[in-house]
Design a protein around this ligand. Structure first.
Ligand code: HSE
Length: 308
């Protein structure tokens, strides 16, 4: 039976002002999936890590996505998936999206690329829904397309890959878990018109900044008056992380997805490393356990490493 290995990247959703509509992929960290075709309509999940994620396909994001794909196929086939996660569940850098999108990309390779990219996003969203309780594509789309993506509409899907200049990303992950479903429940369902105006001006500015490669515009557009004021309460030392990062020369940044990770963008690696040091000192002072990565924006998305 053919086998494929997929590397499927972490992603930063929202990019501060674009709640549920903007996201980008990271080069580090990424999960690894090894997938085989099975001769019956079933999904068999084998966890090769210590996260104890459910292996029942209906309760697992990989299973949710692949069952959705199998429903659309007449063939009597299924998939076995060995999953090695390096992206910690609940970290805010698209752990569930990496699983769902990676599984769908791997399955499509085993099927000789029967589905187009937009279909892959649509199918992977069934998996994401299990984790977050909502159908949003701002982690899934960059995980599949790579780079920076705008999701102009979820239904019908309208995904716009954006150009972007070279960017370095510093991501700090305090070792606490924030469940996306819970971080969504605490949000206000209605917002004042004046805040909505500020927000969509910033989303427009950020998209223009990426497309033009205008670092200053990217930086000044990463402002969020709707979500950050509420969710930042869940993240230890959030305001200090932001303050010291800006002082170290970051363009800007904020909560990654629904948190608790916090990301900052920089123009060059030296600045991203300075930001890393500054963030590290904040957490060492308040004694919070953390992981920190300095990486770049991934332009490939989930990729097939080898097949035979
Ligand atoms: N847009 C989603 C949210 C991303 O912020 O809830 C979750 O990773």
């Amino acid at each position: 039976m053919p086998v494929v290995t997929v590397h499927t990247p972490a992603t930063v959703a929202n990019i501060v002002c674009g709640f549920d509509v903007l996201g980008f992929a990271l080069n580090e960290p990424y999960d690894k999936l090894v997938m085989r075709l099975l001769p019956e309509k079933t999904v068999r999940i084998i966890n090769k890590d210590n996260y104890n994620l459910p292996i029942e396909p209906e309760k697992n994001v990989i299973g949710g996505a692949l069952l959705a794909m199998l429903r659309e196929l007449d063939d009597n086939i299924g998939f076995e998936i060995e999953s090695t996660k390096n992206i910690k569940p609940g970290s805010g850098i698209g752990s569930s999206a990496a699983s769902a999108a990676g599984a769908i990309v791997g399955a499509n390779a085993l099927l000789n690329n029967r589905f187009g990219k937009e279909d892959l996003v649509r199918l992977a969203m069934y998996g994401e829904q299990i984790a977050s309780g909502a159908r949003h594509a701002d982690n899934i789309a960059p995980c599949i397309y790579g780079g920076v993506t705008l999701i102009r509409s979820n239904d019908p899907l309208d995904i716009i890959p954006l150009n972007f200049p070279p960017l370095y990303v510093t991501v700090i992950h305090p070792q606490i878990e924030v469940k996306t479903s819970e971080a969504r429940q605490i949000l206000k369902k209605q917002v004042p018109l004046k805040d909505a105006i500020t927000q969509w001006a910033n989303v427009g500015g950020l998209v223009a900044g990426f497309m033009k490669g205008d670092y200053d515009l990217i930086g000044r557009s990463m402002q969020d008056v709707l979500i950050e004021p509420i969710r930042s309460m869940l993240i230890p030392g959030f305001n200090d992380l932001k303050k010291v990062s800006m002082e170290a020369g970051a363009l800007g940044g904020g909560i990654s997805g629904s948190g608790p990770s916090v990301f900052m963008l920089s123009k060059d690696e030296a600045t991203a490393r300075k930001v890393e040091g500054a963030m590290r000192r904040v957490y060492e002072k308040i004694d919070v356990d953390f992981h920190i990565h300095v990486t770049t924006v991934n332009s490939q998305g989930a990729t097939i490493q080898a097949s035979n």
